[in-house]
Design a protein around this ligand. Structure first.
Ligand code: AMP
Ligand code: MG
Length: 455
């Protein structure tokens, strides 16, 4: 019997598979405190509020002289106003002099505005005078010896070059909301708000296992029938882009015993296990059987191209393991390298994001148009590797309707990594379609690497 979530061949539609899988994601990972410097890329688990007004006090935006604006109201290039310099405030020092009528206090950028002053005249608009009234060079470096007096060559209004207390941040103001992966600017604003550390979710622990008798460690001899194991390094790298702590379970041969043994290692220390290969219908495809023996298989076979044999299940973590709710997510990705990559993006990434407590919107599709005809399997959503049209500077070109023109990045077989590496984006072609004419609209999913994280 077919349900409405199934397409041709009884395959599960992409959204139905994703919904079913996300429903199994356990509670968010526990939290931990990390120093600011270790926060990059981590998922924030608290509201960060400012502990201070910033600036904490009115301060100077310029190197110059703190003055009373009314004292220089008549100043001009030809008729500068003379002010007696009565002191100095350096950055990081409290003012030791106040500004009164006809006086100025030399002030550095970022130093507190001394009492009595209501404006700062930048040093470039002044000329220093020594004890004897001798003029120094106009706009002399504000770090020179403190002059006895200065000439101000321009009238300035009150508030000029003054940065007001709390102009940037207010004490108690919400600076960051939970659920975001921390970016450099977030770290900076948390620091500016006075936070020494941040409450973040522990990283998801993701174990990766490759299965296949034919797999060899890259660089080792291939013998008569071996191929390099490219999925394991690739999937470990993909997991790292989700901010995961990764665990390499190595290569298992195509036997139930070897697969079970490797998966048990993963269950003891991971929140999720990503397996490549062995989920298809061949006699040695034992991964689903292994999932079933350790836990259960929740879904298998999705209406997607490439990636159809994708499987997902859940297994109990052994006693003492740290997986939330004692549940470990099991992802069985097809062995073909592009299938593994695409199903990671479609299913593993959203699940890990949810586990990690990251608030994510579904990836925004961009508008594209494909400049050549393509054929695809009906009944499955296709993700075509495409390259975008660019100008001589490498910038994306968009047509009058804002669309990016794309062409196939190479062969679309699910074993062809060279076209994945060449691709800028995946062009999404709906299930209902079996071919596209040149000039057809397509939705694009960009393959830009997500912001890196420090591990
Ligand atoms: P399977 O899903 O096990 O039937 O594998 C499908 C195809 O992907 C076969 O051609 C495998 O040799 C290939 N394959 C499986 N695992 C890997 C891997 N880790 N790296 C590269 N290719 C793989
Ligand atoms: Mg295999």
């Amino acid at each position: 019997m077919r349900t409405e979530t199934e397409g041709d061949e009884g395959l599960l539609a992409v959204e139905a598979a994703l919904d079913r899988l996300l429903a199994q994601v356990p509670s968010e990972l526990p939290t931990e405190r990390v120093a600011l410097a270790a926060g990059l890329g981590r998922v924030l688990a608290e509201v960060v509020t400012s502990t201070t007004d910033l600036p904490p006090w009115d301060n100077s935006a310029m190197d110059g002289y703190a003055i009373r604006a009314r004292d220089v109201a008549a100043a001009s290039e030809d008729a500068p106003v003379r002010l007696t310099v009565v002191g100095e405030v350096r950055a990081g020092h409290a003012p030791d002099a106040a500004v009164g009528e006809g006086t100025a206090v030399r002030v550095a950028t970022g130093a507190p505005l001394p009492p009595g002053a209501d404006a700062v005249v930048q040093v470039e608009l002044t000329t220093p005078l020594d004890e004897g009234g001798e003029r120094g060079p106009r706009g002399r470096d504000a770090a020179g010896p403190l002059p006895a007096a200065c000439l101000v060559h321009r009238s300035i209004g009150p508030g000029t070059a003054v940065r007001r207390r709390g102009e940037d941040l207010r004490a108690g103001q919400r600076l960051l909301e939970p659920g975001g992966a921390l970016r450099p600017a977030d770290i900076a604003v948390a620091a500016a708000g006075g936070a020494p550390e941040l409450l973040v979710r522990r990283r998801p622990r993701v174990a990766v296992l490759a299965t296949g008798d034919e797999l060899r460690v890259p660089g080792s001899g291939l013998g008569p029938a071996g191929i390099p194991d490219s999925n394991r390094p690739g999937l470990l790298a993909l997991a790292a882009t989700v901010g995961a702590e990764t665990l390499d379970l190595g290569i298992a041969e195509d036997t139930l015993e070897a697969t079970l043994a490797a998966l048990r290692d993963g269950l003891a220390s991971a929140d999720a296990i990503v397996v490549s290969g062995g989920v298809s219908v061949g006699p040695y495809d034992v991964v689903r059987t292994a999932f079933g023996q350790l836990g259960r298989v929740d879904l298998w076979r999705v209406a997607v191209q490439p990636g159809k044999p994708f499987a997902f299940g859940v297994a109990p973590a052994p006693p003492g393991a740290e997986a939330p709710d004692g549940r470990v997510l099991l992802f069985g990705l097809p062995g073909n390298p592009v299938s593994a990559f695409v199903t990671f993006e479609l299913f593993v990434r959203p699940a890990l994001d949810r586990l990690a407590g990251r608030a994510t919107a579904p990836p925004a599709g961009d508008a594209g148009v494909i400049d050549e005809p393509v054929r695809k399997a009906p009944g499955r959503r296709a993700f075509l590797r495409v390259v975008a049209d660019r100008d001589a500077y490498g910038r994306l070109r968009r047509d009058g309707r804002g669309r990016v023109h794309v062409r196939l990045a190479g062969g679309q077989g699910s074993h062809l990594l060279h076209s994945l590496v060449a691709a800028d984006a995946l062009a999404v072609v709906p299930e209902t379609v079996d071919h596209l004419e040149a000039g057809s609209d397509v939705e694009l999913r960009w393959l830009d690497p997500p912001a890196g994280h420090p591990s």
